[in-house]
Design a protein around this ligand. Structure first.
Ligand SMILES: Nc1ncnc2c1ncn2[C@@H]1O[C@H](COP(=O)(O)OP(=O)(O)OP(=O)(O)O)[C@@H](O)[C@H]1O
Ligand SMILES: [Mg+2]
Length: 200
């Protein structure tokens, strides 16, 4: 990976990743097998996120659209356009509303727990074939984007997350419980604050 600055915008050059966008993989099948989810979140796949967090950087837009899947469900994170140092309070909120942590909608300074919440949303989406919070507003209709964002903000901040156990097949209860804890509202909740990605 390399990076630089051309006139004003900064740029990052990534290796070309031969594989499939995770969002497309999820939507093209009725269910992502638990084994695939385990492969993706296990072994080395999430080390990229830990690498960033160890350097006090936040991705801020972790979502299934921004994960590329290669052979054996090895995952690589892409799209570092919103990446910033941790701890700042941002006047302008950024991210993809379906995946944003509650604190990303407020002025609270962000920590790695925000990315961990987004990771929990992606895990839920893989296992249940739908994200935990949905609105009736289409993300393809530009006229309803504000309503859609407000509705998702309300759900991330206040709604109880739906359990996905009925729609999940063959997922050990303990694994489901860990992923559900990633969706805790408060960033300081144990699992969100202390998640260590594999290899760390
Ligand atoms: N390094 C890469 N290797 C292979 N494909 C990539 C790579 N980076 C991006 N892509 C492909 O391009 C798509 C868009 O890239 P990216 O997420 O960086 O941009 P974006 O700003 O989110 O664009 P858009 O909003 O149009 O999705 C990805 O979903 C992926 O399919
Ligand atoms: Mg993207």
């Amino acid at each position: 990976m390399t990076f630089g600055k051309a006139e004003n915008p900064h740029y990052v050059v990534l290796e070309y990743i031969r594989g499939h966008n995770l969002k497309n993989l999820i939507t093209s099948r009725s269910r992502t097998p638990y084994g695939s989810t385990r492969s993706m979140f296990g072994c080395r796949s999430m080390v990229g996120l830990a690498f960033m967090h160890d350097r006090s950087l936040l991705h801020r837009d972790f979502c299934s659209d921004n994960v590329m899947i290669g052979t054996g469900w090895r995952a690589k994170i892409i799209d570092f356009g919103f990446c910033l140092p941790r701890g700042r309070s941002f006047e302008q909120r950024s991210g993809t509303p379906t995946y944003m942590a509650p604190e990303q909608f407020t002025v609270e300074p962000l920590t790695p727990a925000a990315d961990i919440y987004s990771m929990g949303v992606v895990a839920y989406e893989m296992l249940a074939s739908r994200p935990p919070f949905l609105t009736p507003f289409s993300h393809n209709d530009p006229d309803v984007q504000d309503k859609r964002t407000m509705a998702l903000m309300e759900m991330h901040l206040r709604h109880r997350r739906r359990r996905c156990d009925r729609s999940i097949l063959n997922v050990p209860a303990a694994v489901e419980a860990v992923f559900m804890k990633c969706l805790a509202k408060a960033p300081r909740t144990a699992t969100r604050a202390s998640w260590k990605c594999a290899g760390h």
